[in-house]
Design a protein around this ligand. Sequence first.
Ligand code: PLP
Length: 432
Amino acid sequence: MIVDYKPAIQSSMSTSIMSFSCRLLIPWIKHGTLHKSFTGHLGRSSARGYYNTGQAGPGGTSGVRVVDLRSDTVTQPGPAMRRAVAEAEVGDDVMGEDPTVNDLQKSAAALFGMEAALFVPSGTMSNLIAVMVHCPARGDEIIVGDLSHLHIYEQGGSAQLAGVHSATVTTLPDGTFDLNQLELKIRRGYPDPHYPRSRLVCVENTHNVQGGRVLPLAFLQEVRAVADRHGLSVHMDGARVMNAAVALGVSPSTILQHTHTVSVCLSKGLGAPVGTLLAGPRDFVSRALRCRKALGGGMRQAGVLAAAGKFALTHLVQRLEEDHHNAQTFARALLQCDPGLFAVDAAAVETNILRFCLPEPGLGPSEFCARMARVCEGEEAALGQGVRVLMCPHFGNSVRAVWHLGVSSEDTQLAIGKMEFVASQYLKEKHE
Ligand SMILES: *Cc1c(COP(=O)(O)O)cnc(C)c1O
């Protein structure tokens, strides 16, 4: 295996990029404003407030190790991936002439067990295209989990750009939803003019907001059976479906046999800088190609991007296991550290996303994250070096941390050391 997941250089990117996990401000969104403890943190921000920690970014002072657990989107392409990009053969992909894009699409289709695949700029555009193709008429309806990325974090694109209505089912803690509720949400009235027409059921695997949960194959099979019974299609937002495949120890096509179409991000844990693959039946993909162009997603010499994606799919899938392992290691360390300070369900940590709670009122998520992110007094002496660990407050009084190819097992140990240091400092202050 080619080892290509050490960042080439310690990044010194701008301070304002915060992982999308930090957009998980559900209680705040619900109440229409940002909660005070957050505005204190995010207050200086611009229009991009939700992304802005107000903290220094991942670039560190020299000698200080930065462990960036904000998201698996912060990965840097390593030397071998950059070489693949540099050497990519390219052509005009809008004319269908980019050999590297064509090759990526073909191998992705085979990997996913689909007839065809399309390379698109982002996961958001990919999901939108899927909705547009599955729901060709204005007033068509999708059924989607109320905590799904498609429903919360894509700006309501289905409604605002595709003219498609959403019915929601309640997302359960394991990322699934109740099948009886699904059945109840399916409209039976068509063509009665009172109702939208149900067209599509969307599932998300792994489930982002619910902490990287892997959808059970039996659940997918049942969703498909319900959809088939009512003539609906099933689309999987599989931004992290490769994590699910690795966690289950199956091929992605085993998972995707239960869905008509899938969207797979190359720019999350797989480490490519840009790109998503949208796959499905051949006629779906030809319609998707038309939508992609209308949305401005037709790219010309896109082979330079596809080459990174191909490299990721070829060389960086198996290593996702390390991310899952590191997330588990950190979860266990939290439990061992001080059960009063941290609450975590280790069994729910199935892939690269960890969510944990801080029941102690004096050390809430923002305070904990702030302490983890700065080099504290006495830390160098205790840990041998300064360590800044970046993670994000999440809804429900929790913190979210995401592992990826920029975080090694040594980094994870450093992060654990820092967490224990922060915990002991806090307890010391409390008892003073
Ligand atoms: C990141 C993500 C997307 C969107 O991908 P972008 O490339 O950021 O637009 C969609 N769904 C899920 C579950 C994601 O995690």
